[in-house]
Design a protein around this ligand. Structure first.
Ligand code: G3H
Ligand code: 13P
Ligand code: ZN
Length: 311
């Protein structure tokens, strides 16, 4: 099987009231952990690569690793550019074998976002690739862009129909209160998502797939484990999983998760190295790290996404 686009995945997810997990990948062990979980639960999968991941691991290495994952598992897997910053980066991923790209023009004035997204859509569709756009701005850190909570803004439902119609974009990321990174809320704050905005967007775009970024739930046991074994993480608070499950039953068809994988991997590594101070073989300490990623993804597939058995 070759890479697939997200078209059928999203149509099935919308109709079935579940979402597809889009997990960020940076190296072989992360890819293997995610893919082993999807295989064990027969789940469709999106593996996504940021600008930073391409700079770290090299585009070709990542594409070949994902091709290997498809060959080994036979799963429907889409390879997606996460937060494409401009047309050139999107074009490079389209030319370089990705099946899906995001053009993130959310920081641009509306008309510039429309123009840039439209340009990417024209090129992508000519090459059989699907495109995710974004309206509204999340708080948090992604690549080298740090958006302060005060500068974040919810998606305006009255813009979505115009944006989707004029750009031809295949899915739309919206801002309803999620944010990037592990520090989404302050201690004592009550995590809330704007389900009213999601419902209004869904009503204005019937049957259309919506994407949620910044959807890590930051399980406290991993933060505690990191701190127990020499880490020094501040209070980290994520999105409650039951809220994400609720969103997946609505129009949300793609849920982006990166920070939770980082936490699971770091917690496992710290524990292993602290308990085995004499070990220095990477295969020894990367084995529990990879297993921790697999366990995390299996948990997301069953508890948050609801896509087990849907491959
Ligand atoms: O939203 C951003 C993703 O978590 C990717 O993070 O840009 O550090 O690779 P990164
Ligand atoms: P988290 O930082 O919440 O995992 O979000 C990841 C993301 O949105 C990637 O695009
Ligand atoms: Zn994101």
């Amino acid at each position: 099987m070759a890479l697939v686009t997200t078209q059928k995945m999203f149509a099935d997810a919308y109709a079935g009231g579940y979402a597809i997990g889009a997990f960020n990948v940076n190296n072989m062990e992360i890819i293997q952990g995610i893919v082993q979980a999807a295989k064990a639960l027969n789940a469709p999968l999106i593996l996504q690569v940021s600008k930073g991941a391409r700079a770290y691991a090299n585009h070709t290495y990542l594409v070949k690793l994902v091709e290997a994952a498809i060959e080994v598992t036979g799963l429907p897997i889409a390879l997606h550019l996460d937060h494409g910053p401009d047309f050139a980066t999107c074009k490079s991923c389209i030319d370089g074998g990705f099946s899906s790209v995001m053009i993130d023009g959310s920081h641009l004035p509306y008309e510039e976002n429309v123009a840039e997204t439209k340009k990417v859509v024209a090129y992508a569709h000519d090459h059989g690739v699907v495109v995710e756009g974004e309206l509204g701005q999340l708080a948090g850190v992604e690549d080298d862009v740090n958006v302060a909570a005060a500068d974040a803004s919810y998606t305006k439902p009255e813009q979505v129909q115009d944006f989707v119609t004029r750009t031809g974009v295949d899915s739309l990321a919206i801002a309803i209160g999620t944010s990037h990174g592990a520090f989404k809320f302050k201690p004592g704050q009550n995590p809330q998502l704007r389900f009213d905005i999601l419902a209004e967007v869904a009503q204005r775009l019937p049957g259309y797939p919506i994407v949620l970024h910044g959807a890590s739930s930051v399980p406290q046991e991993f933060v505690a484990q990191i701190n127990q074994y020499g880490g020094a993480m501040d209070d980290a608070i994520g999105i409650p999983e039951e809220m994400l499950r609720e969103a997946a039953k609505m129009a949300v068809c793609k849920i982006n998760i990166d920070s939770d994988l980082r936490l699971a991997m770091t917690a496992a590594l710290r524990k292993y190295l602290a308990e085995n101070p004499g070990h220095f073989d990477p295969r020894q300490y990367l084995t529990p790290a990879r297993s921790a990623i697999q366990a995390m993804v299996e948990h997301k597939i069953t508890t948050v996404l609801g896509c087990a058995g849907k491959a």
